[in-house]
Design a protein around this ligand. Structure first.
Ligand SMILES: *[C@@H]1O[C@H](CO)[C@@H](O)[C@H](O)[C@H]1NC(C)=O
Ligand SMILES: *[C@@H]1O[C@H](CO)[C@@H](O)[C@H](O)[C@H]1NC(C)=O
Ligand SMILES: *[C@@H]1O[C@H](CO)[C@@H](O)[C@H](O)[C@H]1NC(C)=O
Length: 347
């Protein structure tokens, strides 16, 4: 997820002007390409249909994605999960299956591993690509909410610290290919959740955690805002007449989280320290490879139109298959062809 600012905000007029211009720039990108039914944006419900927009997968001459010389994740990637709060094992299985599907082979097309091929197109200064291998690592349960039911961007780092320094079975620390995925249960509120984020990624500070570790947070929106963060499997109240789509694994909020988790892992791989691949002039406002394609799941997608997806005999909507399951996952920006691509493209 784009945007994480924590530098000191200067208040001189030129800096404010720059920030305003950057804000408008990212606002423009979000509104023309990336789409989610955010509550504070007045969407015109009569324009919102699943099958009407003919915009072409985010293709835009305005997108200037650049490489800023920092590392990408070229070593085998290991995703360590922290389950914060109460999670059912059926929910955990869906999420684990998705992560394990990223580098699984032998699935019919369109596959999750086919989706990851776009992420593998990103390289570092030595022309090494993002790793093909993504493993599911160790897991930590923080069932009793060690840092409370409301987390800030900063206290999230303390949750990660608790997990990597726990007395029993701490999560392993390997700064090379290790990613830390904090998943919060449906009764946990994280700063800005539902307002303008469903998840985000950043890296930990050595002063708090002891290491610089790339991490992401994704929330379970079931109780707070499924119409935003589990869209299109749920729709917001202000969009009457639009029917939610049937989710592929029977868990609206979890099926919605899958695409957000995919979004964050793709961005972590291509921009783990927020100094590699992003668009925009300011690293405090990076627009990254998944931000550019938010809401796009198939050919023709753009604006509020999701693009062409697949539907199964049971009526569920998805766009790729993996281990044991089907998933609906947004596409990511392909810098070789300059538009969003995914494994279910029709051309
Ligand atoms: C919503 O969009 C429709 C179709 O484009 C248009 O006719 C209508 O005036 C719009 N309503 C508002 C409130 O903008
Ligand atoms: C990376 O993963 C592959 C596939 O699982 C494995 O064969 C290889 O040994 C791993 N490399 C390292 C350095 O761990
Ligand atoms: C590595 O990235 C380059 C540049 O995007 C691309 O041409 C190549 O196909 C990629 N290799 C793999 C294995 O994805």
């Amino acid at each position: 997820m784009r945007f994480f600012s924590d530098g000191n905000r200067r208040s001189s007029a030129p800096a404010l002007l720059t920030l305003t211009v950057l804000f408008l720039f990212s606002f423009f990108i979000r509104h023309t390409i990336a789409w989610r039914p955010w509550p504070n944006q007045k969407n015109n419900a009569t324009e919102l249909e699943f099958g009407s927009n003919k915009k072409y997968e985010g293709s835009s001459e305005f997108v200037k994605l650049k490489y800023h010389m920092g590392p990408v994740l070229t070593a085998n990637i290991t995703v360590h999960i922290i389950w914060y709060g109460t999670w059912q094992s059926s929910q955990k299985r869906i999420i684990r299956d998705f992560i394990s599907s990223i580098s699984a082979s032998g699935h019919r097309s369109p596959s999750v591993s086919g989706w990851w091929k776009t992420v593998q197109l990103y390289t570092d200064q030595t022309d090494s690509n993002v790793s093909r291998v993504v493993h599911l690592g160790k897991e930590k349960n923080d069932r009793l909410l060690s840092h409370g039911k409301t987390l800030t961007r900063l206290s999230i780092q303390s949750v990660i610290k608790s997990a990597v320094t726990a007395k029993t079975k701490p999560l392993p620390v390997h700064p090379k290919g290790g990613l830390y995925l904090l998943l919060t249960a449906d009764d946990v509120y994280v700063q800005d959740f539902c307002q303008n984020v469903c998840g985000f990624h950043y890296f930990t500070y050595p002063s708090i955690v002891g290491y610089t570790l790339p991490y992401a947070w994704v929330g379970n929106s079931a109780k707070m805002c499924p119409g935003v963060c589990a869209y299109p499997f749920a729709v917001p109240d202000y969009m009457p007449g639009l029917k939610p789509l049937k989710s592929p694994n029977g868990e609206v909020a979890i099926d919605g989280m899958i695409s957000v988790i995919a979004h964050e892992i793709a961005e972590l791989a291509s921009n783990p320290l927020v100094n590699a691949w992003y668009a925009g002039q300011d690293p405090s406002f990076p627009v990254e490879i998944a931000d550019l394609c938010e809401g796009i799941y198939g050919t023709g997608g753009g604006g509020s139109y999701t693009g062409q997806m697949l539907s199964d005999k049971d009526g569920a909507t998805y766009n790729m298959v993996g281990i044991r399951r089907r998933f609906l996952v947004q596409w990511v920006w392909n810098h070789v062809v300059n538009y969003c691509t995914g494994p279910n493209a029709l051309d």
